[in-house]
Ligand binder design. Structure first.
Ligand code: IMP
Ligand code: MG
Length: 190
C-alpha cells in the first residue's frame, strides 16, 4: 500500500481518527525534549504501566539519549469494558530498586486518575529522590481523584479511544493511530 493510500484509510471500527501516526511521532519527539529539559543528562528510571503504555514508552525512550533504567508495572482497571470499575488492581509489581532514584512514571492515558494515584502512592513509599508522571493522553473531564501528570501529550474529550497501545478488551493496541472506537464496537466480546 502506498503511504498516501495508507494515511487516507481509516480502520472500519473507528468513528474518527484523533491523532495520526505522524502527529503522534511529532508530539512524542517534543515530549522527549521536555523530559530532557527536566533531567538534563542525568540517569533516571522509567516505570511504565503496561500494557497500554508499551508503544508510547518504547518510542519515547528511543528519543532520549540519557542513561535510562526501565521497569514495568501491570495494573488492571477496565477488564473488557469501557469504564473503570472500582479500584485498580496491581497484577505485576516493581522488582527494580528505586530508592533515591529519579523516577518517571509513564502511562497511556489519564482518565479517572485512580490508576496514577494508586501507582504513585506505591512508588512514593519506596522513597525515590523524585517522582514525575508523563501521560500521552489526558481525559480531564473524567477525573474523579485529585491527581495530575507533570507532562501531557494531548488533552482529549470524553470519548473511548483505541490504538497506539490503547485497547478495548485487549484489541486494537496495534493500530498506529489513535481513534474513537465506534459505539457498536464497544460491546464485550462473547
Ligand atoms: P484511570 O485509572 O481511570 O485514570 O484509568 C487509566 C487506565 O484506563 C489507562 O491506563 C487505560 O488503560 C485505561 N483507559 C482509560 N481511558 C481509556 C480509553 O479511552 N481507551 C482505552 N483505555 C482507557
Ligand atoms: Mg493503561
Amino acid at each position: 500500500m502506498s503511504p498516501a493510500k495508507k494515511s487516507a484509510t481509516i480502520h472500519p471500527d473507528l468513528a474518527e481518527v484523533l491523532f495520526t501516526e505522524g502527529q503522534i511521532r511529532t508530539r512524542v519527539r517534543s515530549l522527549a525534549a521536555e523530559i530532557k529539559k527536566v533531567y538534563g543528562n542525568r540517569e533516571f528510571t522509567i516505570v511504565s504501566l503496561i500494557n497500554g503504555a508499551v508503544m508510547f514508552t518504547a518510542d519515547l525512550m528511543r528519543e532520549i539519549d540519557n542513561p535510562i533504567r526501565l521497569e514495568c508495572i501491570r495494573v488492571s482497571s477496565y477488564g473488557a469494558g469501557t469504564t473503570s470499575y472500582g479500584t485498580p488492581q496491581i497484577i505485576y509489581s516493581l522488582t527494580l530498586d528505586i530508592m533515591h532514584r529519579d523516577v518517571l512514571l509513564i502511562d497511556d492515558i489519564l482518565d479517572t486518575g485512580k490508576t496514577l494515584k494508586l501507582v504513585s502512592g506505591l512508588i512514593r513509599k519506596l522513597e525515590p529522590s523524585s517522582l514525575r508522571a508523563c501521560v500521552l493522553l489526558d481525559k480531564k473531564a473524567r477525573r474523579e481523584v485529585d491527581v495530575e501528570a507533570d507532562i501531557v501529550g494531548f488533552g482529549i474529550p470524553d470519548k473511548f479511544v483505541v490504538g497506539y497501545g490503547l485497547d478495548f478488551a485487549e484489541r486494537y493496541r496495534n493500530l498506529p493511530c489513535i481513534g474513537v472506537l465506534k459505539p457498536e464496537c464497544q460491546k464485550p466480546p462473547a
